[in-house]
Design a protein around this ligand. Sequence first.
Ligand code: 3PY
Ligand code: MG
Length: 250
Amino acid sequence: RQNPLRTLFAQKKLALNGWASIGNSFLAEVVADCGYDAVTVDLQHGLFSIESAVPMLQAISTTNAAPLVRCSENSLGEINKLLDAGAYGVICPLINSKEDAERFVRACHYSPRGGRSYGPARGVLYGGKDYFEHANRTVLTLAMIETRQGLAAVEDILSVPDLDGIFIGPSDLAIELGLTPDSWSDDKVDQAIKHLITVSHARGKYVGIFCGSVEMAERMKAYGVDMLTPGTDVQLLRAETSRRIGILRG
Ligand code: 3PY
Ligand code: MG
């Protein structure tokens, strides 16, 4: 099975990525069924672990959305398990250097491109019997740039051949720039984001970004990012629930 995100990226079409941060398969299925092109199971800030991530990936794979994960850290063991569970792409938080990026992409690829160990338990169910033949070119690798160190080292990070692109974390980036985590519209953050998009696209690498508001998502669409996340499941649930309660109490 091909990675539908790679097809969209090749066609230069914007991919919309849902964010599953509640450790429940039904919730992940609902998010994926909303019409996203991909859904990311978030093991970094989602309050759950691999045992919950597996049924979430199963749920997402009942839809056409590409199943992605954000690993909790740059760890071969965890990344291997998540790929074995059928993830078709990995977003790795806090990539600060070329060495971090190399370590990350090595975990995502079989030899000779990397050091991924063989045992794709569910990967073959989702990816097909020929999983091993195509896994190295199917799995998408996105390094999160969300620190001052990462921002400064982005050209080096982008020089890693097997890295498909970056995923910008605007909240951590804002904190690192001395601002509050919701300062997505601040000029300093905006300038950093524009710079990251320009240098990545100049090197033919993809750019994904997390957006804390619809306004930000529209701005990022106009900036030409390849993939955007319009909020987490929790944020969207809260926003619409609060809106309805507001109307009814109003
Ligand atoms: C950030 O904004 O720092 C993120 O990691 C978004 O997911
Ligand atoms: Mg972050």
